[in-house]
Design a protein around this ligand. Structure first.
Ligand code: F6P
Length: 328
């Protein structure tokens, strides 16, 4: 096989997600298996600009498949949005002879990769890695399964105490622009209702339903709210509910960044390993370069970076109907 590259770089960028380390491991080990030199770029695009780049060995990625976070660190880099920053990054790669990049991150990271690969002769392959699952061209992103299971475990615990006190809990999960964690964790924990950024919520309908349930002596209720819901986060929603349901015992719990950490689930480790391996094969053979590797119907799927950053992932609103019916 004619190798199209002999030195590649790997970086993690944007918000971290469980499974980033498993993806780095897959890239490094596959690259070394094929006789490539693999370079780790520290703190994403920032490390590319600052030349914080080091050669990785098989042992560099030992004992990390089970760890959350990212051994390469991650950052959101404003300088990479500027042509000057990208030029410096390119010069640093050139000095080291790096001929291809694997970008592990979310859509912001892919936008950077898309511009960079258009401007310079460095092919890029993106691996979708975000707890938000808000990327088109893939059924799952690395990190989502772990994050949503963390949320489910936490909400189950809240249900215990909510039940003991007959309380209404408003639980805020992550998702500034995306309702997937709320949708999945809400269904899995039997939430009363779910509020997500993608859909306008009729809070008065929710209040009516809660009051009607109160009459039927259903006093334990969980509302799962994405942090970026149209009404705001859990505190904002609680304010409205408290003003209309003055006698109800209402509590708020914000799960926050615990959803980003922890050991990746089996599913995320497998996804990261398959995608990391496929990314190196793409760079090596020159096929499917400048794409994002996704998983569709359990098959690897390649979406050109320019399409991956433009397309929006759409929520199936019927899921919300399921929530309401099952919570009756
Ligand atoms: O990783 C995605 C995400 O969790 C969003 O849902 C959230 O709004 C954002 O990251 C917050 O990230 P940070 O705290 O790193 O700015």
């Amino acid at each position: 096989m004619e190798k199209k590259v002999s030195k590649i770089g790997v970086l993690t960028s944007g918000g971290d997600a469980p499974g980033m380390n498993a993806a780095i491991r897959a890239v490094v080990r596959t690259g070394i298996y094929y006789g490539l030199e693999v370079y780790g770029i520290v703190r994403g695009y920032a490390g590319m600009i600052e030349n914080d780049i080091f050669q990785m060995e098989s042992r560099s990625v030992a004992n990390i498949i089970q760890r959350g976070g990212t051994i390469l660190k991650t950052a959101r880099c404003k300088d990479f949005l500027e042509p000057e920053g990208r030029k410096r990054a390119y010069e640093n790669l050139k000095k080291l002879g790096i001929e291809g990049l694997v970008i592990i991150g979310g859509d912001g990271s892919f936008k950077g990769a898309q511009i960079f690969s258009n401007e310079f002769d460095i092919p890029c392959v993106g691996l979708p890695c975000t707890i938000d699952k808000d990327i088109a061209g893939t059924d799952f992103t690395i990190g989502f399964d772990t994050a949503v299971n963390t949320a489910v475990q936490a909400i189950d615990k809240i249900r215990d105490t909510a039940d003991a006190h007959d309380r209404l809990f408003i639980i805020e999960v992550m998702g500034r622009d995306s309702g997937y964690i709320a949708l999945h964790s809400g269904i899995a924990t039997g939430a009363e209702n779910i509020m997500i950024p993608e859909l306008k919520t009729d809070i008065y309908e929710i209040i009516n339903t809660l009051q009607e349930k109160e009459k039927r002596k259903k006093l334990v209720n969980l509302l799962v709210v994405a942090e970026g819901s149209e009404l705001g986060g859990a505190n904002e929603v609680a304010k409205v509910l408290k003003s209309k349901m003055t006698h109800a015992d209402i509590k708020v719990c914000i799960l926050g960044h615990i959803q980003r950490g922890g050991a990746p689930s089996c599913m995320d480790r497998v996804l990261a390993s398959r995608m990391g391996y496929a990314a190196v094969e793409s760079l090596l053979t020159g096929t499917n370069i400048n794409t994002m590797i996704g998983l569709v119907n359990n098959q690897l799927n390649y979406t050109p970076l320019d399409q991956a950053v433009k397309a929006e992932r759409t929520i199936d609103f019927e899921w919300l109907k399921v929530v309401k019916i099952l919570a009756s």
